[in-house]
Design a protein around this ligand. Structure first.
Ligand code: ZN
Ligand code: ZN
Length: 76
């Protein structure tokens, strides 16, 4: 009789990667929890991420280029 080994799988970490900051109010946004809007055109250039309140305030259009904002989500 052997006593079974207990294997611990620890999958924590990754925190910084999923956090972006609202370009307008600077609020930290968790891509796994919050609804985050981004301009597909400017998110790489200007880190154009927006919280839902500010996305509504700009009419869901990018203040940099005027294109419609998209919802960014890492939840699948
Ligand atoms: Zn904001
Ligand atoms: Zn844009």
């Amino acid at each position: 009789m052997t006593i079974g080994k207990v294997r611990g799988l620890n999958s924590s970490g990754h925190k910084g990667w999923f956090t972006v900051y609202c370009r307008i109010c600077g609020k930290p946004l968790d891509l796994t929890k919050d609804v985050v809007y981004a301009c597909p055109n400017c998110k790489d250039k200007y880190e154009a991420y927006f919280c839902s309140a500010d996305a509504r305030r700009v009419g869901y259009k990018c203040p940099f280029c005027g294109k419609p904002l998209e919802i960014v989500s890492v939840i699948k």
